[in-house]
Design a protein around this ligand. Structure first.
Ligand SMILES: *[C@@H]1O[C@H](CO)[C@@H](O)[C@H](O)[C@H]1NC(C)=O
Ligand SMILES: *[C@@H]1O[C@H](CO)[C@@H](O)[C@H](O)[C@H]1NC(C)=O
Length: 240
């Protein structure tokens, strides 16, 4: 009887210790998720070696003894206005990511200048790998983002010069210049060396090859001819 009891006790302890490990694993996962941007570097820098054929998450490091100040520099002329008439949406995004500055490799950050024509917009899009923090340098912007399913809550705000707004990682967001006479300019920082951008309309209606109109008619609850009309439009990119 006593032996049986001790066996039972042992099993209980084993169960307790395995659930203890489960809790630890879940906590580790949770803390990893709170660091959901590019992974932290384990060295001072890892300047991108763009000629390497080795495929890794990011870019292979250039030999540190060949690293120069130029690897961390770009004469980007971000003080100069961009042309906002080259596309239908009336905005022009100049993104400085790891492709432009190789020294950004592994550092989890990038920068953008965004120019808006009067009534121009940076249309609804998401950055699959980055949170964005944006400040208005000139003009006014009506901005917003939508939370994920099932709530799809829309949070929006009118920003004036000097105001700052945050778009959480992965969420659909936009900026619109409501002023019919004056342009607007913003600077944004993003928590990835390569934030990526998915413009919703372009991805859905401008994919190559096109998504079947049966699929999109059902998804958007419209007639197929409405989808065909949308797919026939020119879905220009506003990013350089
Ligand atoms: C690689 O970097 C060099 C100098 O940093 C640059 O001249 C070249 O255009 C880059 N090549 C590619 C494919 O990005
Ligand atoms: C952005 O503006 C530059 C000139 O400042 C122009 O060369 C470029 O085509 C524009 N890009 C887009 C995507 O409209």
């Amino acid at each position: 009887e006593a032996k049986k009891d001790s066996c039972f006790e042992k099993r209980k302890t084993q169960m307790a210790s395995s659930s203890y490990f489960l809790v630890i694993a879940l906590l580790a996962l949770a803390s990893w998720q709170t660091m959901a941007s590019d992974p932290s570097p384990l060295q001072d820098f890892c300047v991108a070696e763009n000629s390497s054929h080795v495929l890794v998450n990011g870019f292979v490091c250039k030999d540190p003894k060949d690293v120069k100040a130029e690897d961390f520099f770009l004469a980007a002329k971000l003080d100069m206005p961009r042309d906002t008439k080259a596309n239908k949406v009336g905005s022009n995004v100049t993104l400085i990511n790891v492709m432009r500055i190789p020294g950004l490799n592994t550092l989890g950050i990038s920068l953008a200048r965004i120019d808006y024509a009067p009534l121009g917009e940076n249309p609804p899009h998401t950055h699959p790998r980055a949170t964005e923090i944006l400040t208005v340098l000139e003009g006014t912007l009506y901005v917003g983002f939508v939370t994920s399913n099932p709530d799809n809550k829309f949070l929006s705000k009118v920003l004036n010069k000097g105001d700052v707004f945050v778009f959480p990682e992965g969420l659909v967001h936009f900026q619109f210049n409501p002023n019919p006479y004056k342009p607007a300019v913003a600077i944004a920082a993003l928590s990835s060396q390569n934030p990526g951008a998915i413009t919703i309309a372009n991805a859905v209606f401008g994919s190559k090859p096109a998504i079947s109109d049966d699929v999109l008619a059902k998804a958007f609850q419209v007639e197929k001819k409405t989808v065909d009309w949308l797919q026939a439009q020119f879905w220009a990119d506003n990013q350089n």
